[in-house]
Design a protein around this ligand. Sequence first.
Ligand code: KIV
Ligand code: ZN
Length: 498
Amino acid sequence: MSDKLFIFDTTLRDGEQVPGCQLNTVEKIQVARALEALGVDVIEAGFPISSPGDFNSVVEISKAVTWPTICALTRGVQKDIDVAAEALQYAKHKRIHTGIGTSDYHIKHKFNSTREEIIERAVAAVKHAKKYVEDVEFYAEDAGRTDNEYLARVVEAVIKAGATVVNIPDTTGYCLPHEFGAKIKYLMENVKGVHNAIISTHCHNDLGMATANTIEGVIAGARQVETTINGIGERAGNTAMEEIAMILHSHKELNITTNINTKKITETSRLVSSLMNMPVQPNKSIVGRNAFAHSSGIHQDGVLKNRESYEIIDPKDVGIDENSIVLTARSGRAALKHRLSVLGVEIDQERLDKVYEDFLKLADRKKDINDDDVLMLVGEDRAAKQRIKLEHLQVVSGIGVQSVASVTLNIAGEKFEASASGNGPVDASIKAVKKIIDRRMTLKEFLIQAINKGSDDVGKVHMQVEYDGNTYFGFGANTDIVAASVEAYIDAINKFVK
Ligand code: KIV
Ligand code: ZN
């Protein structure tokens, strides 16, 4: 009989901590429902004490999903645990995830403490959490750099105190795969009572080894893995859920199964990428745009004769519908709705009509409408609901002439116009916007990306705007990159101008 591996998803906690990836509660609920449909066992819904927004998200996600366990993160501090328990009150299955740093770096420099005192604090945190919930997970932060003998003592003590799951994070992404595997094996062999709890991995990808380390951990006996969709997360990210699911799907000899419905992987990946405005790199395993694209003639020929010559995964197994309708200017609303639903976006008739109108305009300018374009259109529709909207933009620019831009903004129904000259078309347009919205804001980062190749391509723009000591993130997408830049700037401004 195969062993079951529990999938603990932390997209909404470790993933959402990434600058620019913040979601509102409605969007988090949408992701949580998608994770439930995907089949994850545990959803880490937030860190309730960190902000009222996080607290509220844990409450609302607890109400919105039924099957997965809802988990709330805390430090090993009583107040954190009290607040997490309150946030989890509506969850049908609940877990508190508490912990403390166990490496000497953390013990000495973060806590100015001793190994013995850290064990006492760990045990006290688990016992306090047990007053509220049966299911308590303990994390030994920076376990990757914690001495194995000491780590075993910590794990033994927290299991004795009632921890049902013990998380061994490689917080800094430092471990080599064989070292991480050996660490889990050491715990499995040396911790008294280890079988009274589930050992979990939580690997970061700083050196590109998160998935390899996780798999080594599983081979050594871990039966829960902490992952995110598309591998998003702090710094270089966390272990990507889709990679673990498909490794286990492809390597049946490991005899380990998960609850994941792999056919939902692509749509979940698209949903997270689009809501978080976090593009997936084209060559990303499993979910990248090129993951199943064969461009060389030799490969195409081989795949046509027998798919397995060059493909180890059938694209249908991750939900890529090869027979999907290709969208052109002649496609109707039903085709567009179907495509959006394949991409994980459900919209009502009124919104469909508006998106379809924009779709026809784009199809006029661009021959091939691909999935990224369609998702961009839905994003544009979101922009239409914003308080400040770009109504009109006209730019004169070129070599040997000074760039001049005229901008019309619609602010809560009222029109405002301004013109400005600048060092290039984007600079001129931004200066014109600033004449209308007169705040002390500074553009901190400006990133333009092309979605495809070709001069008719859609450009995506990400911006960071600093205002009043805070950083706000903006996103825009348009075949005109000056317009995309102004849209991104206005998107950021909408986040602080009320
Ligand atoms: O990376 C880490 O150590 C964490 C813990 C808080 C679980 O995210
Ligand atoms: Zn982490």
